[in-house]
Structures are given as structure tokens and as C-alpha cells.
Design a binder for this molecule. Structure first.
Ligand code: ADP
Ligand code: ADP
Length: 237
């Protein structure tokens, strides 16, 4: 369970971009966050994995308070939070397998990456997930030889390698064409159900949010102004 209470974020001395935000996610649902540009969607996701420091408030993941962690504890907590990015964030010159393993290690310049020798269990797990998302045959290809949709599948596998307790996706389809976007959204939805994994997606495309997610959270100027099932959005409009 993810439980966010009274979350405030201000950058520098500016107006807060998250204003006393409360959000609770229970169970294995796919939740989308929608709202116009500047609403604070991305800041919210970044506060959860602490790419951004919250100004105040609480973020609990399965009972663990995330906002006060430092150092080793913070790194351990981050491993439980899978992250998928708009721009994929792959290392182009590394292979698919190397990219996928880099998520597990937390960073790429390790002895394992240099020698390309990973624990057997990690290789097995990587192939299982790559198989699941349809990229196993690309394991030894360089990341920059793949299409956008394939690259995002690599991003998804990398996020799942660490057996996260929640998956955060920041505009995961924004760099993809409509057909590929649908495939990735469908993949995320199916993985959430199969792995019993809550997924929180910051998404621009309201139609995709309606089709592929169980719950829509609407943000405006740092506040949640809508939080309901997708079909309730039609009644609102
Ligand atoms: P948009 O429609 O893209 O959100 P706006 O013109 O509404 O654009 O806002 C531009 C920027 O100013 C946004 O980044 C938004 O966060 C910020 N902003 C506008 N009004 C407010 C407000 N009342 N409180 C906080 N931030 C605001
Ligand atoms: P969204 O994802 O909904 O477009 P963001 O979380 O990216 O919204 O941005 C919310 C507000 O915070 C915007 O007004 C944006 O300009 C501001 N903002 C985002 N990141 C930073 C930053 N690193 N420094 C200062 N202001 C920022």
C-alpha cells in the first residue's frame, strides 16, 4: 500500500507545486494521474522515489516511511520502487541484457557490468521477463538498435528485475506512436495483474488513461481535483 499524506513540495522559494496532497493506493490496481502540464504530476512521482526531496509530508510504502531515509536505507527502498521513463533512460552502447541488469545492480559501472558476468539467478529472471514482454531474442543487441516500443519494453524489464513493490511510470508512452503506446499500456496493465503489482502512471493521453487504467487521479495546480473510476470522468465532463 502506498499512503501519501499532506505532501508539500516547493522548489526554492516558489509557490508550492504540491499542496497538501493526500493519495492512497491499495491493491494491484493501475492508477493514472492526469492533468495539464505544470500540474505537478511528475513532481509527485519523483517525490515517491526521492528523485525530488519532498518539502514536508509523509509517503509510506507498505508501512515504511520513505521521506526520511538516507544513504543505504534510501537505496534499499528505491529498489522496491520500479521506475519507467518517457525517454526510456537506457544506456545506448550497452546490450539489452546489460541494461536490464543495470536496474538490478542499481548502477552500471560495477565489476559485473564490466565482466558481463551476472549471477545465474539474475540471468534466469531477466530471460523470464524479456520472454514475457517479447524481447528475449534481442538480449545481446545494443539498446540503440531497437525501436521505441522495444526500448520501452527494456525499460519495463529493468524496472521489474528488482521485484518492486510498486511501479511508477512517468509518461511512458509520450515518445511512442499511438499503436505502440497502446501496446505498452496494455502490457503494463497485464503485468500489474499478473505480478499483483500496483502501477502509478503519469499520462498525458486521457483516452489511454480511460481504457487502460482502473482509476484516474486528476491534478490541477498541485492538488487532486478528481479521483474516481474512468467512467466517472465522462459524467463529470
Ligand atoms: P498549464 O495549462 O500548462 O498548466 P498555466 O498557464 O495554467 O499552464 O500555468 C503555467 C504554470 O504556472 C504552470 O506550471 C503552473 O504550475 C503554474 N501556475 C499557474 N497558476 C498557478 C497557481 N494558482 N498556483 C500554482 N501554480 C500555478
Ligand atoms: P507536470 O508533470 O504535471 O507537468 P511538474 O511536476 O513537471 O508538472 O511541474 C510542476 C511545477 O513545478 C511546474 O510549474 C514546473 O515549472 C515546476 N518545476 C518542476 N521541476 C522543477 C525544478 N526542478 N525546479 C523548479 N521548478 C520546477
Amino acid at each position: 500500500m502506498l499512503k501519501i499524506t499532506n505532501l508539500v513540495k516547493r522548489y526554492g522559494n516558489g509557490e508550492p507545486v504540491l499542496k497538501d496532497l493526500d493519495l492512497m493506493i491499495e491493491g494491484e490496481s493501475v492508477v493514472s494521474i492526469i492533468g495539464s502540464s505544470g500540474a505537478g504530476k511528475s513532481t509527485l512521482l519523483r517525490c515517491i522515489n526521492r528523485l525530488v526531496e519532498p518539502t514536508s509530508g509523509s509517503i509510506e510504502l507498505n508501512g515504511n516511511e520513505l521521506t526520511k531515509l538516507k544513504g543505504r536505507q534510501l537505496r534499499a527502498a528505491r529498489r522496491k520502487i520500479g521506475m519507467v521513463f518517457q525517454g526510456f533512460n537506457l544506456v545506448d552502447r550497452l546490450t539489452v541484457m546489460e541494461n536490464v541488469q543495470s536496474g538490478r545492480l542499481g548502477y552500471i559501472s560495477t565489476w559485473a557490468a564490466v565482466t558481463r558476468s551476472y549471477p545465474k539467478e539474475d540471468i534466469r529472471r531477466a530471460f523470464e521477463l524479456m520472454e514475457r514482454v517479447g524481447i528475449a531474442h534481442y538480449a545481446n543487441k545494443r539498446a540503440d538498435e531497437l525501436s521505441g516500443g522495444e526500448r520501452q519494453r527494456v525499460g519495463v524489464v529493468r524496472a521489474l528485475m528488482q521485484n518492486p513493490e510498486i511501479l511508477l511510470a512517468d509518461e511512458p508512452t509520450a515518445s511512442l506512436d499511438p499503436k505502440t503506446s497502446e501496446q505498452i499500456m496494455e502490457l503494463l496493465r497485464n503485468l500489474a495483474a499478473e505480478l499483483k503489482l500496483p502501477v502509478l502512471i503519469n499520462i498525458h493521453n486521457v483516452t489511454e488513461a480511460k481504457i487502460y487504467t482502473d482509476r484516474i487521479v486528476g491534478m490541477r495546480y498541485g492538488r487532486i481535483i478528481f479521483d474516481d473510476k474512468p467512467d466517472a470522468l465522462d459524467k463529470e465532463a
